[in-house]
Design a protein around this ligand. Sequence first.
Ligand code: SAH
Length: 243
Amino acid sequence: MTWRATILTLYPDMFPGHLGHSLAGRAIGAGTWACDAVNIRDFATDRHRTVDDTPAGGGPGMVLRADVVAAAIDSVADGRPLLAMTPRGRPLTQARVRALANGPGAILLCGRFEGFDERIFQRRAIEEVSIGDYVLSGGEVAALVVMDACVRLLPGVMGAACSGDEESHERGLLEHPHYTRPPAWEGLAIPEALRSGDHARIARWRRAQSEQDTRLRRPDLVDHHVDGPVHSPSGARQQKKEE
Ligand code: SAH
């Protein structure tokens, strides 16, 4: 079954963008996933094909019209999740990505200008998604981010390159660091454990690195990870949990 992404955008030429290359691009050719971009402007009704108008109450910029956007949505709605890219949306997580990848695909609505007339969110079942706490000029790159994260999880896309499970964010931990040849470079050796050939020892080393890295770089993740709390050396976090 083909995973289908339908993008509603004012710039359909931006798709599939970088996803037409490398493994994701090959997977389009293989029929693993498909991408169709629909121009919101095709659903404008006046002769100037207007999709936006000035903000009610005044202020700078333009707002995408609810009636035009709704017509675009209704033309493609088929039960797939409908996601709008918005900076106020729920931050995208690997868990949400995995659920989307396990489904039939997604409809991705891209904003421009100041965003959408609020009434669209009251009249259509839309999940708002943010890709981070910064503001882009349009939702297209955000939609490509959502698609990229989903497509690489589809069966056959990454091949043996990634089982997915060990990667950063999959289990609420960051991934362990990687090394490859040459064994010594600018005076730096590959860590001894990785050269030991002892699989249990390698697994322990990676796990310890993964926990340490997460604690140092992303302490906010530590409390959420699925295998239980990572014990900080002082036991402070453990104590906090028990309080
Ligand atoms: N005035 C809006 C910003 C509009 S940016 C506000 O202050 O919230 C224009 C469009 O870019 C948005 O409609 C949205 O589709 C997209 N966009 C911008 N930042 C985004 C982000 N962090 N995540 C997802 N989409 C984003």
